[in-house]
Design a protein around this ligand. Structure first.
Ligand code: ZN
Length: 285
């Protein structure tokens, strides 16, 4: 049994001055690639399934989560299983009290697009219920000052998390980790993001909990390493795997436009994702 609490991985990583990488699972091939890379590298990582990915599976979280859990159980390295960017109350309930609970180590409640007061109240409820069920809970704060109610996702370009507001949010909600807005954004296909390292240091000083960087695929390796040194403790990566998978599929179909057996093109695509994960593990060693 090698499925562990995400908090356990985080504590170990903090002790070693490192970060825990969390990789997004969309298909079973993603999960196989991540587990293969983590096992080969001998490093504990988090497998994350987002609400969006669950929607892709026709809203059925349990089949894919059960498969991910089985893969992780047979892996040679400790792995966490995380539900990411949850906003749907029914899915949160399934994760905390329902059929998904045996499969997950942690969840992220994403109230980042809600007005601050709503995000605060909702996150607090999810944290209380999650903790009672033994789950590690991450939340997000990306509210920017300005018009009341005009909150934005923490990963929209230009959005920044305010350290004083974040300190109040963490104290009130009791959340275990906070996703912060420091310059990265989701789904970037080039590694050109520049992070606000002064803000990362200020947030690290102001907050008693680990900081989480979303949208890390768009961040250059050197920027990622600096961010970890400044206190970023969980690094979420999704797009890098999708880029590797899609490039491999294009190559396969170019080489054999008549291909019909999915194994012929999915096997190299899975290997390409494994290599993408290995590269990131090497950058974050
Ligand atoms: Zn994210």
């Amino acid at each position: 049994m090698t499925v562990v609490g995400t908090g356990v991985l985080i504590t170990e990583a903090q002790r070693a001055g490192r970060a825990v990488p969390a990789f997004n699972v969309i298909t079973l091939e993603h999960a196989e690639a991540i587990v293969a890379a983590a096992s080969r590298f001998g490093r504990g990582v988090v497998l994350a399934l987002s609400e969006n990915a669950i929607r892709y599976h026709d809203g059925a979280a349990e089949p894919i989560l059960a498969a991910v859990h089985a893969l992780a159980t047979h892996a040679e390295t400790p792995l966490g299983i995380h539900l990411d960017h949850l906003i749907d109350d029914a899915l949160v309930e399934e994760a905390i009290h329902g059929p998904l609970r045996p499969y997950v180590s942690s969840l992220m409640y994403d109230g980042g697009a809600l007005p601050y007061a709503d995000n605060l109240a909702h996150t607090q409820q999810v944290v209380d219920a999650g903790h009672a069920a033994g789950l590690w809970v991450e939340a997000e704060l990306g509210h920017v000052g300005g018009k009341p109610g005009a909150a934005q996702s923490a990963h929209a370009p230009g959005v920044r998390t305010d350290p004083a507001e974040a300190a109040g949010f963490v104290a009130t909600t009791g959340v275990d980790a906070l996703a912060v807005a420091v310059g990265s954004s989701h789904a970037m296909t080039t590694r050109t993001a520049r992070l606000d390292h002064e803000l990362i240091a200020a947030l690290h000083d102001a907050l008693p909990v680990p900081l989480v960087l979303h949208g890390s695929s768009g961040v250059p390796a050197e920027e990622l390493r600096r961010a970890v040194l400044a206190g970023m403790t969980k690094i979420n990566i999704g797009t890098a795997l999708n880029l590797a998978m899609t490039a491999s599929l294009r190559d396969s179909w170019k080489a054999d436009p008549g291909a019909t057996d999915p194994r012929g093109y999915l096997a190299p695509a899975r290997l390409a994702m494994r290599d993408a994960v290995l590269r990131i593990l090497d950058e974050l060693r």
